[in-house]
Design a protein around this ligand. Structure first.
Ligand code: PEP
Ligand code: MG
Length: 328
């Protein structure tokens, strides 16, 4: 079975009916890019940079260290796009360096607190350092910037202002970067999906983070085992938010991917394809099994059963419709 999967590595990723799909990899450290290439990924759809920060226990990495790490990933990908997400700390990803300082520890609801972009905007010097390091790596290959946990128009605008500021600083220092580097937003808070026009007007691409989207839609702490049985990717509310985001982004001509765990689950591949997804990003180990599902899928046959899944609300109806998706 493994051998059979390996053979898929070099075949183009398209559905039975000929629709091209792009499969990217999620990475946590620069050297993970090797596994991405090994699995046949056409880019890095999500570089979770907080892991670089979390490995620096006594201080945050300097601009040079960050730049070297980003450049390394970019170079290992050999010209394929690398989507670098700005630091996403807090909640399930505490930053030990800062725990004593600005107190993630003291927050009563860390998942609802000062995490991700909220933290970055509260530490503009740290954020500018990261933005400069990412921009500098863009001189060595195709880099995109992805911003986690956005919900408000003013957060997007402040982020875009800081990116402009980081570019000005690099201009002043005579350091190279790609002036056309694209900026994208994670859609992982229900408010962001529902207020999608705020994003369509401001950013260049979207990436749906289903892990957090599920957590925040269902009010289920993704790290709390006592409620893990209620963490349901197939809850109709979750599926509706994903389908809506995919449909509206497509209508607006805005590139959109899914980079949460759902993208790497072969049992959900057909459903996502049927909802219109064309860009997946996942752990490199999942890439070929998902590809196998894509090669076997016929979008024309998926249309009706996927519409039935989205029209269903009762769990038995959802399950019955999903069975039809699997058999289509
Ligand atoms: C997500 O929330 O789906 C996601 C991809 O980001 P993370 O798992 O790093 O929060
Ligand atoms: Mg997330």
């Amino acid at each position: 079975e493994q051998k059979k999967l390996q053979r898929l590595k070099f075949s183009p990723t398209q559905t039975l009916c000929g629709n091209k799909i792009s499969l990217c990899a999620n990475i946590e450290l620069p050297d993970d890019a090797r596994a991405a290439i090994e699995a046949g990924a056409v880019g890095v759809g999500l570089f979770r940079t907080e892991f670089l920060f979390m490995n620096h226990k006594d201080r945050l990495p300097e601009e040079e260290d960050q730049f070297e790490a980003y450049r390394r990933a970019v170079e290992l990908m050999g010209g394929l796009p690398v989507t670098i997400r700005t630091i996403d700390v807090g909640a399930d990803k505490p930053l030990e360096t800062l725990a004593g300082g600005d107190g993630f520890e003291s927050a009563q609801n860390p998942a609802l607190g000062l995490r991700a972009i909220r933290w970055s905007l509260s530490e503009p010097q740290m954020f500018l350092t990261q933005l400069r390091a990412i921009l500098r790596a863009s001189a060595f290959g195709k880099v995109k910037i992805l911003v986690p946990m956005l919900a408000h128009a003013q957060e997007i605008d402040q982020t875009l202002d800081l990116i402009r500021e980081a570019k000005r600083q690099l201009d002043d220092a005579g350091l190279a970067y790609d002036p056309g580097v694209q900026v994208g937003a994670m859609i992982e808070i229900p408010a962001a999906a529902i207020a999608l026009p705020l994003f369509l007007k401001r950013v260049d691409f979207l990436s749906i983070g289903t892990n957090d989207l599920i957590q925040y839609t269902l009010a289920i702490d993704r790290a709390d085992n006592s409620v893990a049985h209620l963490y349901d990717p197939l809850h109709p509310a979750v599926l509706h938010l994903i389908a809506f985001t995919l449909r509206e982004a497509k209508r607006a001509g805005m590139p959109v991917s899914v980079c949460g765990e759902m993208a790497g689950d072969p049992q959900l591949t057909r459903l996502l394809l049927g909802m219109g997804l064309t860009e997946f990003s996942m752990h490199p180990s999942q890439l070929l099994v998902v590809k196998q599902e894509i090669l076997r899928a016929d979008l024309r046959k998926l249309e009706k059963p996927v519409a039935d899944v989205l029209a269903a609300f009762e769990p038995e109806e959802v399950q019955a419709a999903l069975k039809c998706v699997a058999e289509a």
